[in-house]
Write a new protein. Structure first.
Ligand SMILES: *[C@@H]1O[C@H](CO)[C@@H](O)[C@H](O)[C@H]1NC(C)=O
Ligand SMILES: CC(=O)N[C@H]1CO[C@H](CO)[C@@H](O)[C@@H]1O
Length: 329
């Protein structure tokens, strides 16, 4: 099964060996040195960790697309996925500057441009573009500070990992649901704002940090201590050995996203909220949208509605979503 949402797995690996058989790069991550005194923050622990390790400017300002791509490369992320993620950051920067943090003009989304290929870390704060509700470690924008790490929000996640040494797909999915339910219960904007793109970002993010920190990219098993270091201190573990080049790709991420989704005890509720209909299935949907649609939400919506229409002919794929919603908390 191939999921083309984040990326199509087209780039041939440059090396003949499978990445997991190559020696890990033990020297690529510079030591932690903390943010500069005038540093700006993003709501993303990994990007802040790049800053804190001096992999991008330690003040978080004027980060070129290439600089953040190089930093991702050092974690073993391949160039296509680097490009997708960095493009999103650059676009968030364009929105933030052009719209002065006003409403996002969803229907006039600019394309990928060559101009302005840089961003500030705090451009990613722009609510509901990259930054989203039901984060694992930040409060919702409507409820408080959506940029800084929130010990209160994070404690909900930690409760799920209580007494465990390692994370797993099941535990991460469970923690995601706890955050989803909390956000839904407390945030009056949730019903309007939590949609397909939010879900894809949320699941994609969990796949990303998990794969960066895990010994085995697709296992979902990360030392809970390392996870805490990343979220709480925004740093990589000491003596962190990053994966070799091209280990983390659109394919590895797109494989884990539906795994997390299936494992989520609240997926029935989430499917209804994101409006893709019970029967269609998240997996089926991921298979049918692509990179360009993703950063162009208007097109994404059209595509989803188009798909939904096509499926109304009675030939509805059931996907792997169980018929009965297991909508427990
Ligand atoms: C941040 O650091 C970069 C690179 O050293 C520099 O060009 C830029 O002026 C700094 N920005 C601020 C706001 O200090
Ligand atoms: C296990 C290991 O290699 N530990 C080393 C981690 O890095 C510090 C210096 O930053 C060394 O002192 C440790 O020996």
């Amino acid at each position: 099964m191939r999921f083309s949402l984040l990326i199509s797995p087209a780039l041939p690996l440059l090396s003949l060996a499978h990445p997991s058989q190559m020696p890990r790069d033990t020297s690529s991550i510079p030591p932690y040195r903390g943010p500069a005194h005038n540093a700006v923050d993003s709501p993303c622990p990994i990007v802040n960790a790049f800053r804190n390790h001096g992999m991008i400017h330690s003040n978080g300002s004027f980060i070129t697309k290439q600089a953040v791509m190089d930093a991702m490369g050092k974690l073993g992320i391949d160039s296509q996925l680097q490009n997708l993620l960095a493009s999103g950051a650059v676009m968030a920067g364009q929105y933030a500057r052009e719209n002065d943090k006003a409403t996002i003009p969803w229907d006039n989304t600019p394309g990928f441009t060559k101009e302005g290929e840089w961003f500030n870390l705090n451009d990613l704060d722009f609510h509901d573009f990259v930054e989203h509700d039901a984060s694992m470690s930040r409060e919702d924008a409507a409820l408080g500070n959506h940029v800084e790490f929130s010990p209160k929000v994070w404690s909900q996640v930690l409760d799920v990992f209580e007494g465990k040494e390692k994370t797993s797909i099941d535990l991460i999915a469970k923690a995601m649901n706890v955050r989803y339910q909390d956000s839904k219960a407390r945030n009056k904007d949730f019903k309007d704002e939590y949609r397909l793109k939010t879900a894809i970002l949320r699941y994609g993010e969990q796949a990303m940090w998990t794969q960066v920190l895990a010994k085995d990219v697709e296992s979902g098993e990360v030392s809970v201590a390392d996870m805490k270091l990343l979220f709480e201190k925004e740093r990589f573990p000491d003596n962190f050995t990053a994966h070799p080049p091209n280990s983390i790709t659109g394919t590895t991420v797109n494989t884990m996203v539906p795994e997390l989704f299936w494992a989520n005890p609240g997926k029935g509720d989430e499917i209804r909220q994101i409006g893709i209909g019970n029967a269609m299935g998240f997996k089926d949907l991921l298979h049918n949208v692509n990179l360009k649609d993703f950063w162009h939400p208007h097109q994404l919506k059209e595509k989803v509605l188009g798909l939904y229409d096509e499926k109304k002919d009675g030939n509805v794929p059931i996907g792997d979503i169980p018929a009965t919603d297991n909508d427990t908390r």
